[in-house]
Design a protein around this ligand. Structure first.
Ligand SMILES: *[C@@H]1O[C@H](CO)[C@@H](O)[C@H](O)[C@H]1NC(C)=O
Ligand SMILES: *[C@@H]1O[C@H](CO)[C@@H](O)[C@H](O)[C@H]1NC(C)=O
Ligand SMILES: *[C@@H]1O[C@H](CO)[C@@H](O)[C@H](O)[C@H]1NC(C)=O
Ligand SMILES: *[C@@H]1O[C@H](CO)[C@@H](O)[C@H](O)[C@H]1NC(C)=O
Ligand SMILES: *[C@@H]1O[C@H](CO)[C@@H](O)[C@H](O)[C@H]1NC(C)=O
Ligand SMILES: *[C@@H]1O[C@H](CO)[C@@H](O)[C@H](O)[C@H]1NC(C)=O
Ligand SMILES: *[C@@H]1O[C@H](CO)[C@@H](O)[C@H](O)[C@H]1NC(C)=O
Length: 363
C-alpha cells in the first residue's frame, strides 16, 4: 500500500464513520432531509451565466473554466479568470460538439442544462485528445442521422491482456457492502461478460483483486476528489489499473425503480453508474451517443443499464465477442474501420487542426 492510499483510508476511518448511510433500497426510503432543494448543487450556479458570450467578463466564468479544465476541455495551465475569452469559447464549442448541442460558442439554455447534469468524473478529453464527436473532424454528423459508431478508447488503447479473460473484483472492506449492493455490481459486470469472452468473479481478498471497488467521500487520495451530492458521481481508471471509485455522498438507489420519484430528488441509480464505470475499467472512453452506456452524463432519478449497440461494438473491438453472444451489431467491419472510434491517427485534417487550435499545443 503506498502512502496515498494509506492516507485515504485514514481519512475515511477518522471522518466517515457512517460509511454505508447512503444506500437506499428504493426512492421512498430516502429521508426528505437528504433531498436537496433546487438551489443546492455545486454546478447549479452555472445557470446564471445564461446568454454569456465572448468579450464579456462575468462572475462565475472562472468556475466554469475550472470545470472545463477538470474534464479536459482547457489545459492545466489555463488562467481561470472570469474573462469569456476566445480560448474559452473554443473549449465551449468543443463541449457543444461532444454533447450534440449546436456549437454556438454561447452559453445557451440547452448547453447549461447539460453542464449542470450529474456526470462521470472521468475526463472527456485526455491530454488534449478528444475522441468524442469533436475529435472526429468535419464529417462528425448529428448522431440521430447516422449509424456511425462513437465509442472511444483511452489514449494508447489500453486493455486487459489477452491472457487475462477471468478477472476478479473485490469491495473495499471499509465500506461493508451488503449482499444486495453486491448483487447490483454482479448484474453490472454481467452486461459486459454477456457480449465479450471476459468473466468476472467476486473475491473477498480486496487487495489482490484485479478490480477494486470502493465508495469514498471527498478527497480520497487519487488526486480526483469527489464533490458531495450530484456533480461527479464516480470515476474509474483505464486498464489494467482496475480502480473503480464511487462518490459516497450520493443517494444511491439500489432497486432501480424511479417511477414514483418526487421531482427534485437527488437519487442516483447504482447499477447505471456501475455499468458505465466498468466500461472504463475495460478500456472504453466516453461516447457522444446519448443512448450509450458510455455517454458521460445521467440525470438524477433515471436509469440506463442496457448496453447500446455503440457500447457493444466498442468493447468487441477490444476483446472480441462472447462465443455465446447471438445478438447482431449493426456495423459491418468495413464501417468500423472508417467510422469507429480511433484516437487521432495520421488522418485528421486541417479543419480540425484549426478548430481545436488550443488543444494542439499538447499533442
Ligand atoms: C422501500 O424500502 C423500505 C425499506 O426497506 C420498505 O419498507 C418499503 O416497503 C419499500 N417501498 C417500496 C415502495 O418498495
Ligand atoms: C435550499 O438550499 C440552500 C442551500 O443549501 C439553503 O440555504 C436554503 O435554506 C434551502 N431552502 C429550503 C427551503 O430548504
Ligand atoms: C492570471 O490572471 C491574473 C488576473 O488577470 C493576472 O494577474 C495573472 O498574472 C495571470 N497569471 C498568469 C500566469 O497569466
Ligand atoms: C439547434 O438550433 C436549431 C435551429 O435554431 C434548433 O431548432 C434546435 O432545437 C437546436 N438544437 C439544440 C440541441 O439546441
Ligand atoms: C498525459 O501526458 C502525461 C505527460 O506527457 C503522461 O505522463 C501521461 O501518461 C499522459 N496520460 C495519458 C492518459 O496518456
Ligand atoms: C439468444 O440466446 C438467448 C439465450 O442463450 C436465447 O434466449 C435467445 O432466444 C437467442 N436469440 C436468438 C435471436 O437466437
Ligand atoms: C495551454 O493553453 C494555452 C492557451 O491556448 C497555451 O498558451 C499554452 O501553451 C497551453 N499550455 C500547454 C502546457 O500546452
Amino acid at each position: 500500500m503506498n502512502t496515498r492510499s494509506f492516507l485515504s483510508l485514514l481519512f475515511l476511518s477518522l471522518f466517515n464513520t457512517n460509511i454505508s448511510a447512503h444506500f437506499f433500497p428504493n426512492i421512498s426510503s430516502i429521508p426528505p432531509s437528504f433531498i436537496p432543494n433546487t438551489t443546492a448543487g455545486d454546478w447549479a450556479s452555472f445557470n446564471k451565466l445564461l446568454g454569456c458570450h465572448t468579450g464579456q467578463k462575468v462572475d462565475g466564468v472562472a468556475k466554469l473554466k475550472r470545470y472545463f479544465q477538470y474534464f479536459g476541455y482547457l489545459n492545466s495551465s489555463t488562467n481561470c479568470t472570469d474573462d469569456f475569452d476566445d480560448v474559452f469559447e473554443s473549449a465551449l464549442r468543443t463541449y457543444q460538439l461532444n454533447f450534440n448541442l449546436n456549437a454556438t460558442g454561447e452559453l445557451d439554455g440547452p448547453t447549461l442544462k447539460k453542464l449542470v447534469s450529474p456526470r462521470c468524473g472521468n475526463a472527456d478529453i485526455i491530454n488534449g485528445t478528444s475522441s468524442m464527436n469533436s475529435g472526429k473532424g468535419p464529417s462528425a454528423t448529428p448522431i440521430h442521422l447516422s449509424t456511425v459508431s462513437h465509442y472511444t478508447f483511452f489514449p494508447g488503447t489500453p486493455r486487459w491482456p489477452a491472457s487475462r479473460t477471468e478477472l476478479s473484483y473485490g469491495f473495499s472492506p471499509d465500506n461493508q457492502i451488503s449482499d444486495t449492493v453486491k448483487n447490483v455490481f454482479s448484474g453490472a459486470f454481467e452486461r459486459w461478460s454477456e457480449v465479450t469472452p471476459l468473466t468476472f468473479t467476486e473475491t473477498t481478498s480486496f487487495y489482490t483483486a484485479d478490480i477494486k471497488i470502493g465508495f469514498f467521500a471527498g478527497d480520497h487520495g487519487d488526486g480526483e476528489p469527489f464533490d458531495g451530492v450530484l456533480g461527479t458521481l464516480a470515476h474509474a481508471f483505464s486498464p489494467p489499473s482496475g480502480r473503480l471509485h464511487l462518490d459516497d455522498d450520493e443517494n444511491w438507489v439500489v432497486d432501480g425503480n424511479f417511477i414514483d420519484a418526487p421531482s427534485g430528488t437527488s437519487a442516483v441509480d447504482l447499477e447505471s453508474v456501475a455499468v458505465h464505470e466498468i466500461g472504463h475499467l475495460l478500456g472504453l472512453g466516453h461516447s457522444s451517443v446519448e443512448e450509450a452506456i458510455m455517454y458521460p452524463t445521467i440525470s438524477s432519478g433515471s436509469r440506463k443499464t442496457e448496453l447500446a449497440n455503440d457500447d457493444i461494438v466498442g468493447i468487441q473491438v477490444l476483446y472480441g465477442a462472447n462465443p455465446n453472444y447471438n445478438g447482431t451489431s449493426t456495423l459491418t467491419p468495413a464501417q468500423r474501420d472508417t467510422n469507429g472510434a480511433h484516437f487521432l491517427g495520421p488522418f485528421w485534417d486541417l479543419w480540425f487542426l484549426i478548430s481545436l487550435g488550443f488543444v494542439l499545443f499538447l499533442l
